[in-house]
Design a protein around this ligand. Structure first.
Ligand SMILES: [Fe+2]
Length: 232
């Protein structure tokens, strides 16, 4: 069975060391193959400057021993990302950035390594005022109504039952327990995820976004520096 690891935000090369060092230190590194997966939970920045920075980050990810899957966060260049065609992979839509760097899109259900995942990227940038539209900020960081609907439809197709939910931000009641001050702007997405948390049967929900390693109610897990391997 494929091995699957999860990691929080990597922000281009800024926070990528935690991933490269984790695999460098991994016992039995030689047994990891491109049939195994690392899933990064948004703010990945593999498409950011469209130039040398992206090439470097993608080379680092390509050099990992496993295939890299990622959901989008709020810090992605959505103009670049949308240029990649959508293809079907493991039951859901993806975009291949490279053969071994694959974008898991919003509202999709995938069967990966005998486990079922629901993915939903996106989030709100609280530092929006310091960013420039089309250069360092894109309105597509927040999902569209079409993406919200597609997610619900795809969940319905699998009887609202998955093993894992992977998102960038988290349901509203989880955010309220993690963050003392809530910045406005993310409510529609958090409330959408809140509805999913009530209507979908799932084992564990992993997310990034908040830059902390915390667990809420035993099954909502925010990842930042910690890398987690899913049990088989
Ligand atoms: Fe982030």
């Amino acid at each position: 069975m494929a091995r699957i690891w999860l990691a929080g935000d990597t922000h281009g090369e800024v926070d990528l060391d935690k991933v490269t060092e984790y695999f460098d230190d991994l016992i039995l590194y030689d047994e990891v193959t491109k049939e195994d997966y690392l899933i990064i939970l948004g703010d990945v920045g593999v498409c950011w400057d469209g130039g040398a920075g992206d090439a470097f980050v993608q080379e680092c990810l390509h050099n990992l021993p496993c295939t890299v899957l990622f959901i989008d966060g709020n810090h992605e260049n959505f103009d670049l990302l949308e240029q990649y065609p959508e293809e079907e992979w493991h039951g859901g839509n993806v975009q291949y950035i490279q053969e071994d760097i694959i974008h898991l899109m919003r509202g999709q259900v995938y069967e990966i390594g005998g486990r079922r995942f629901f993915t939903f990227g996106g989030g709100n940038s609280i530092d929006r005022m310091m960013r420039t539209t089309g250069i360092s900020w894109w309105p597509e960081e927040m999902p569209s109504d079409i993406e919200y609907s597609e997610g619900l439809r795809n969940l319905e197709h699998v009887g609202n039952h998955v093993d894992y939910i992977l998102t960038h931000t988290c349901p509203e009641h989880v955010a309220e327990q993690l963050v003392p001050i809530m910045y406005p702007g993310e409510e529609p997405l958090q409330q959408y995820l809140e509805e999913i948390s009530k209507s979908v049967d799932f084992d564990t929900w992993y997310f990034g976004h908040w830059h902390m390693d915390e667990e809420v109610e035993g099954r909502y897990i925010c990842l930042w520096n910690e890398i987690v391997e899913l049990e088989e």
